[in-house]
Design a protein around this ligand. Structure first.
Ligand code: UDP
Length: 324
């Protein structure tokens, strides 16, 4: 099989590329290196079956050619991370909507199967956890920039299902919940790499608000294995699946756990996120997936606990700082 991964130098994309390459598959990647990096693919860079194209998915001529040459497309390229979305509001909308439209129409034109990575952000401020795939989307005002990400991903999903129904495109959508693991950058706002960096530097660990908001964190390896199993199922095409862990933790407990595991002397401080991000930030109080749908279809069952994930991330950061 020849796979194309858009965003394959990013955090999740690079793990997917590495796993597929380890199975001997032919993997092409298109990535503009906006949040991805060559460092992320350094283990497979010299593999003869790995092909890298540093460009944007808005370059239609290249994208069309790459899709034409592939058997299956994983569409992961997007502007991601709360911080980056808020700092680049125009790019967020254009890349996430126009880019996805490009990928969908070329997959349709050349009759290629496609997997689209969507997000738990879609559920927005809905507090009725755990979220089933058919739960309502509860999004804040358009004056709060954070919500543009959820809206663009919702448009992507609408487009995907429209192409499935009107044009018989074989497409699967998965909503990924807080995915973490080695290589995730602290630069775009994701909480675990930020807390680990703060803890290792013995600087204050910045919990937003009162820290009682909850998340469920899943290891990127569980996500990659889950995606690879999901695309094998014919019944999955034309449908949407939550992918995440059911282990819920408050952000305050997360900060304490990271402080304990690292043996850090950092203080845990409670800050107003509006002082860190520009105005227009709004947080979600709860985010827990109902994964019964994907579990019934593929047996999906995350293997890594939150402590395993934190330890893996710390090891990755420590290894990188030793090799510098
Ligand atoms: N968060 C925090 N301190 C930080 C960064 C994030 O307390 O320095 C909180 C954030 O408010 C949210 C949670 O951690 O409640 C997860 O944030 P992240 O941006 O990683 O993901 P998302 O909000 O998209 O779930």
């Amino acid at each position: 099989m020849k796979y194309l991964i858009t965003g394959g130098c990013g955090f999740i994309g690079s793990h997917l590329a590495e796993t597929l390459t380890s199975y001997g598959e032919d993997v092409s990647v298109i990535d503009d290196l906006s949040t991805g990096s060559l460092e992320n693919v350094k283990n497979i860079y010299c593999n003869k079956k790995f092909h890298l194209f540093i460009d944007t998915i808005l370059n239609c001529a290249l994208l069309e050619e790459l899709i034409k040459q592939s058997d299956f497309v994983f569409h992961l390229a997007a502007v991601v991370g709360v911080k980056r979305v808020m700092e680049n509001p125009v790019d967020s909308v254009i890349i996430n909507v126009e880019g996805t439209y490009n990928v969908l129409r070329y997959c349709t034109k050349y009759n290629k199967k496609i997997f689209i990575a969507s997000t738990s952000e879609i559920y927005g401020k809905n507090e009725n956890v755990p979220f089933k795939e058919d739960a309502d989307i509860v999004i804040g005002t358009t004056k709060k920039k954070r919500w543009s990400y959820a809206c663009t991903k919702a448009i992507d999903e609408f487009l995907a299902f429209a192409f499935f129904e009107e044009k018989a495109l074989s497409v699967i959508v998965a909503r990924l919940f807080n995915t973490v693991g080695p290589r995730q950058s602290d630069r775009y706002g994701m909480v675990i790499p930020r807390f680990i960096k703060q803890a290792l530097n013995n600087t204050p660990i910045t919990v937003f608000g009162n820290g009682q908001q909850t998340r469920c964190f899943i290891h990127v390896k569980d996500i990659v294995n889950g995606i690879i199993e999901l695309i094998k199922k014919d019944e999955a095409y034309g449908d949407v699946f939550n992918m995440g862990s059911e282990e819920e933790i408050t952000i305050k407990d997360l900060a304490e756990t990271i402080k304990n595991i690292t043996g850090s002397s950092s203080d845990i401080i409670f800050v107003n996120p509006q002082d860190i991000y520009s105005k227009g930030f709004e947080d979600m109080t709860k985010r827990v997936p109902d994964i019964s749908k994907i579990r019934a279809l593929t047996g999906f069952s995350p293997q890594f606990t939150i402590k395993d994930i934190i330890k893996d991330c710390i090891e990755d950061v420590t290894k990188k700082s030793q090799t510098r």
